[in-house]
Design a binder for this molecule. Structure first.
Ligand SMILES: *Cc1c(COP(=O)(O)O)cnc(C)c1O
Length: 355
């Protein structure tokens, strides 16, 4: 560690991204990317002309993009903020909405980036355990006075809460914000986006990385009351005003506007998920009920670590968390194309037979 490291940086808890191998071609089912390319309209939008304008800064207000997002969700552009991935939007939210005297609460098993951001901003965090069956009990958060962050559907469990549960949380205390991270909502969850006009303490965060095939474009956004969005913009304009680049602004707008392509990709993922779940169950796995583009599954015959390592040797990458207590024997498998999933299932079957 550098002797120049500040005490603040020494206290950080950096997020460990899923492997992004460059050396070898894997069947890559470890980071919940879409197996489908972006909409053809995205490719058309990334014109030579726009590339030729990269000498000029991008629009700090992301006007073209925020108007497209607002139209898609029946809101005004003032209800939208876009970011360089929803990770950045979440960082704006954590910094804008939490701090001295106002901590943050989230589940013990959820997106681990929340912990990284709480450490980054020196926030007091309250970790709320999921139930034994990995479901989230919103009643556990009713009395928490600070900001509540809930991934819905949750990751890596894949399990979803009904919108009415979030609504109960919003109503239990109108003086605290509930941040709902809907990274996976397009694959079967109930979005809280329709509640944005009704509750000024609701912030809905979404990403284009999963359902819109733009993980490499780095695009996320939040929907909320004008005042909440202003609060996030205060942070954005203190950190990185030109946070979304020119090409991603156009790509994101085109992706949002191609509703048919989006729906068809989501439908295929849901079909593939049903097939994968059936195959895994036949192989003796327990699979949590997923509303996402991944499944969280545990074999009765092989440990999570052995499964992860065995599959990696066979050219298939899945996500596994070493030393993670009650989820240690689970692996998280992205719902890829049928071609990818058939290879995965074959390799799991071969691994189990060998033992
Ligand atoms: C993937 C993911 C995100 C953020 O992804 P970005 O690529 O930064 O938009 C946010 N929350 C959860 C729960 C995720 O799984």
């Amino acid at each position: 560690m550098s002797r120049f490291l500040s005490p603040e940086a020494a206290r950080l808890a950096p997020y460990t991204p899923g492997e992004q191998p460059v050396d070898m071609q894997y069947v890559k089912l470890n980071t919940n990317e879409s197996p489908f390319p972006p909409s053809p309209r995205v490719l058309q939008a990334l014109s030579q002309e726009e590339a030729g304008r990269l000498n000029l800064y991008s629009d700090p207000a992301c006007g073209r993009l925020n108007r497209a997002i607002a139209a898609r969700y029946g809101l005004a552009p003032e209800n939208v903020i876009s970011g360089n991935g929803s990770d950045e939007v979440l960082a704006f939210a954590f910094r804008a909405l939490c701090g001295t005297g106002r901590g943050v609460a989230f589940a013990d098993i959820t997106y681990s980036f929340y912990r990284s951001q709480a450490a980054l901003f020196g926030l007091e965090e309250t970790i709320v355990p999921l139930r034994e069956d990995f479901s989230l009990n919103v009643d556990d958060y009713m009395d928490f006075p600070g900001t509540v962050v809930i991934a819905n559907p949750n990751a890596p469990t894949g399990m979803a809460l009904p919108r009415s549960d979030i609504q109960r949380l919003l109503e239990a205390n109108p003086d605290r914000v509930v941040v709902v991270d809907e990274a996976y909502v397009d694959f079967g969850g109930e979005s809280c986006a329709p509640l944005v006009g009704q509750y000024d303490n609701l912030l809905v965060v979404q990403t284009m990385s999963k359902s819109r095939s733009l993980a490499g474009g780095r695009l996320g956004f939040a929907l909320g009351s004008r005042e909440l969005i202003d609060a996030l913009n205060r942070v954005k304009y203190s950190f990185n005003p030109y946070n979304v680049n020119r090409l991603s602004i156009l790509a994101g707008a085109a992706a949002i506007e191609d509703e048919d392509y989006f729906q068809s990709c989501c439908r295929t993922i849901r079909d593939n998920r049903a097939w994968l779940t059936g195959q895994l169950e036949e192989l003796g796995f327990s699979v949590l009920p997923s509303q996402t583009n991944f499944v969280f599954a545990k074999s009765g015959k092989i440990s999570g670590g052995a499964l992860y390592r065995g599959l990696k040797e066979r050219g298939v990458l899945v996500r596994w968390w070493a030393g993670s207590g009650r989820i240690e024997d689970f692996v998280r498998i992205t719902v890829g194309s049928m071609e990818q999933l058939k290879i995965l299932v074959e390799q799991i079957a071969a691994l189990l037979e060998k033992r």
